[in-house]
Design a protein around this ligand. Structure first.
Ligand SMILES: [Zn+2]
Length: 305
């Protein structure tokens, strides 16, 4: 992104995604679909289905849509969360539901200098943004799409979204601790879920836990009691078959929205992909989603981490 800025290119999501996926190997492997497999009415072609795979088969699935930071004259930030009148968001949500994974945004924010005047949350931020390690790491950050419903408070404040977003590289760095926020008042949590939420996690569980905590940070600022009835997510593949029905002001219950992606073993199509090394084997999957264009599948190998 920095090189593109220097050369005067307005870098695009697809180019940056491809460079990222090529550079992040061998732990990160991309299986791009060919053009015939891509399709869809409202998609941008930038959505990738990411599966994080850890020890003993523990897996977490996310459908990731890239969002580049645009700056309007005068420096105002725009992350375009309500692109196409909110249709893009809605189709990401429905495709993630069909795939039973967590709908997620990847924010591409360009060089730290480009982000000026919005800084990361570091106290005593360096005058020169290029010298801030936290800003550099935040160049590609993840955020649950559920938080960015068109018209929501967070969606209309891109600087807040940036503050909340977690650097992609931190999520896969076993040495970087992400602060936990163990505060779940009024919620009925199963013992398994308590263990998951209140202890440090590694691998795919850590990615899932971070996305839940991002939503919780927003939820903690909202009034309204939690609903008591739990939601059943009925399949033995799910790590947590029963989850609280708590919601943000708008939308669906957030626990299942994220944690339906957490599985005790990867879905069959991921195993097929790894065995055959051929994106064609999952073409049915792409064709089954008539409302989104899937660029391919990404597998993050977190085994032994
Ligand atoms: Zn910074």
């Amino acid at each position: 992104m920095l090189e593109a800025e220097h050369a005067g290119f307005a870098w695009g999501e697809e180019t940056v995604t491809e460079l990222l996926l090529v550079a992040a190997g061998p732990e990160v492997r991309a299986f791009p679909f060919n053009k015939r497999q891509e399709g869809g009415k409202n998609g941008s072609g930038a959505d990738w289905l990411w599966w994080w795979i850890g020890d003993e088969g523990v897996s977490f699935g996310t459908l990731i849509q890239a969002k580049r930071l645009k700056k309007e004259p005068g420096g105002r930030w725009d992350l375009d969360f309500d692109y196409n009148g909110g249709k893009q968001w809605a189709s990401l949500m429905s495709a993630a539901r069909a795939l039973q994974v967590a709908p997620t945004y990847a924010l591409y924010t360009g060089s730290p200098r480009y982000r000026h005047p919005v800084a990361c949350t570091k106290p005593h931020h360096p005058e020169d943004f290029m010298l801030c390690d936290q800003c550099i790491r935040k160049t590609v950050s993840l955020l649950p799409a559920l938080l960015l419903a068109p018209g929501s408070a967070l969606g209309s404040d891109p600087a807040w979204a940036y503050e909340l977003a977690a650097p992609l590289e931190d999520l896969v760095d076993p040495h970087r601790h992400v602060a936990a926020m163990p505060f779940y008042p009024y919620l009925e949590l199963s013992p398994d879920l308590v263990r998951f939420l209140f202890s440090a996690q590694t691998g795919p569980k850590r990615v899932a836990k971070e996305l839940v905590e991002q939503i919780r940070r927003v939820r903690a600022g909202q009034f309204g009691l939690a609903t008591a009835d739990p939601v059943e997510v009925s399949s033995e593949d799910y790590t947590f078959p029963t989850l609280p029905d708590d919601r943000l002001h708008v939308g669906e219950p957030y626990f299942p929205n994220i944690l339906r992606g957490l599985r005790n073993s990867p879905p069959g199509y991921v195993l097929e992909l790894l065995a055959n090394d051929d994106p064609e084997t999952v073409s049915e999957l792409a064709l089954g989603l008539d409302d989104v264009s899937l660029a391919g599948v990404v597998i993050v190998n977190q085994r032994g981490r």
